[in-house]
Design a protein around this ligand. Structure first.
Ligand code: FAD
Length: 352
């Protein structure tokens, strides 16, 4: 995974974010190498690994600086089909998902008026002959444009006819290739992150009855199983992010030595002029300016890197932080050094 992720560097993810596009190439590479099929049993063309291994795969994506959000759903959505689908459904879909011929990246649960209160969702699926007719609305349904299948949760028995509110919900596998434009309308939502997500409108969408997963009315339980997998996998992504931030902060903090080194060279330059009794006003001032800025920048990074502990006296960070702040002001303020350099080095008019 680490080798694969290395091929997709910071610049790649930065461009994807800037251009607000989908990391198609990355997801294809991941699928091609079999990583997204980790949880699919070998009998269906996957590698039969557990959620632990799957979580490590997604952790690695985020730890490398990438974003698993583009593809993680395939892992946990597939689990609902694997655990609750019929043998015929598993044989039909899983090998194709494992080999990348079919993408199962979309998961349709959230609704605009009910949100976290899932059991109150209003989208209905009514059995009519050999199909279910779906009506309703979903919101924040991601990756629809990069998926062939959608796992949909809808109410098949109205809330006032069930004993427990979790009953009467059912899960369907919707073939997006047939559905879009034939009862399903997709409207993208612009968000603050590059996470393609959409509003879905169902208007008498016909879903073949054979696409019902498991038993009618038991879908909420099936979805909860999948949500646990989702939570573990997303926890791993956050852990990957956490490591990334720590590694970056440490690297950044260490790199501050470059600035310190630059200041150090200037310090030695100024000192050797001084020792040789030669004029060194510009060099001395510039050494002080560079050094004060470098130490202040390093202090800020160190404080941030230490989080709350940076404020605890026993770590010394907060002390040095206060002490080094002084050098922006004393014995000569940075403003005055800039003014000195402007006047004596750059020949600009005196500013005060
Ligand atoms: C980028 C993005 C991608 C998404 N992708 C998908 C997707 O692919 N499929 C999908 O189905 N959904 C998706 N979602 C939806 C996501 O799961 C929901 O946004 C989330 O579950 C919260 O629901 P909500 O937005 O309706 O907020 P609400 O449920 O309206 O909650 C609003 C606020 O109230 C708080 N709150 C709600 N209920 C309670 C309570 N009982 N007690 C205390 N506080 C409460 C919440 O914590 C929250 O802070 C996505 C969302 C985003 C932003």
């Amino acid at each position: 995974m680490r080798d694969l992720c290395r091929r997709f560097r910071d610049e790649y993810w930065r461009r994807i974010d800037r251009e607000r596009t989908y990391p198609e190439e990355f997801v294809r590479a991941l699928t091609g190498a079999g990583w997204l099929a980790a949880l699919i049993p070998e009998a269906y063309g996957g590698s039969g690994l557990g959620i632990t291994e799957a979580s490590i795969i997604l952790e690695e994506v985020n730890r490398s600086g990438g974003n698993s959000g583009a593809c993680h759903a395939q892992m946990y959505t597939m689990g609902t089909l694997l655990r609750h689908g019929s043998e015929a459904q598993k044989r039909l879909y899983l090998p194709k998902i494992a080999h990348g011929e079919l993408r199962l990246q979309a998961f349709g649960v959230t609704e605009p008026t009910t949100g976290s209160d899932t059991t109150k969702l209003k989208t209905t699926a009514v059995r009519q002959g050999d199909c279910y007719v779906v009506n309703g609305q979903k919101v924040f349904i991601s990756r629809v444009q990069h998926s062939d299948l959608l796992l949909l949760l809808a109410r098949t028995t109205s809330l006032n006819q069930v004993k427990k509110k979790g009953e009467g919900l059912s899960v369907f596998l919707v073939d997006l290739r047939d559905a879009i434009g034939h009862g399903l309308t997709v409207q993208p939502i612009d968000t603050m992150i590059n996470h393609e997500t959409n509003q879905l409108f169902f208007d008498n969408l016909e879903v073949p009855a054979e696409n019902l997963i498991g038993e009618e009315g038991k879908g909420f339980r099936y979805i909860l199983d999948g949500m646990n997998a989702e939570r573990i996998l997303i926890a791993a992504e956050c852990i990957g992010d956490g490591y990334w931030f720590i590694e970056r902060a440490a690297k950044y903090a260490k790199e501050r030595i470059v600035n310190v080194e630059a200041a150090n060279l200037m310090r030695f330059g100024a000192a050797s002029l001084f020792d040789a009794d030669r004029p060194c006003g510009a060099e001395a001032n510039m050494a002080k300016l560079l050094a004060a800025d470098a130490s202040w920048e390093a202090a800020n990074v160190a404080l941030q890197t230490h989080g709350g502990f940076g404020f605890a006296a026993e770590y010394d960070i907060e002390r040095k932080f206060r002490e080094t702040r002084l050098y922006q002001v004393a014995p000569i303020s940075t403003n005055l050094i800039l003014s000195y350099v402007a006047e004596h080095v750059l020949g600009l008019p005196r500013s005060f």
